[in-house]
Design a protein around this ligand. Sequence first.
Ligand code: 5GP
Ligand code: ZN
Length: 114
Amino acid sequence: MSDCLFCSIAAGDIEADVVYEDDKVIGFRDINPQAPVHILVIPRQHLASLNELESAADDLPASLFTAVPEIAREAGVVENGYRVVVNNGDDAGQEVEHLHVHILAGRGMGWPPG
Ligand code: 5GP
Ligand code: ZN
């Protein structure tokens, strides 16, 4: 989608600190990090939210979620742990309407989330 921020990042039209890429998924550092390590993992395909995931190719969920521990390993946070968050919809605080998985790490985190 041409007016989607994360589609533009995936296309390379908007700069981002990319830490992971394959043919279906891209990972890049959040511009406003909420933890020492804060990486966003997105499908290259435009899906507004998890609610559209079933319309994607069958292997997309696996591609998206297997990229997460790979990126975490590369970031050196597997041993201490990391949090994986998807803000899905208004009540959850989703601001960018292109499905993205947050990886947060590098500090202790509370529960429940705010
Ligand atoms: P949401 O609230 O939709 O789950 O998260 C959107 C995330 O995208 C936020 O953490 C925000 O900091 C991040 N973000 C917004 N605009 C940009 C941008 O232009 N570049 C990068 N790298 N991250 C962005
Ligand atoms: Zn998009």
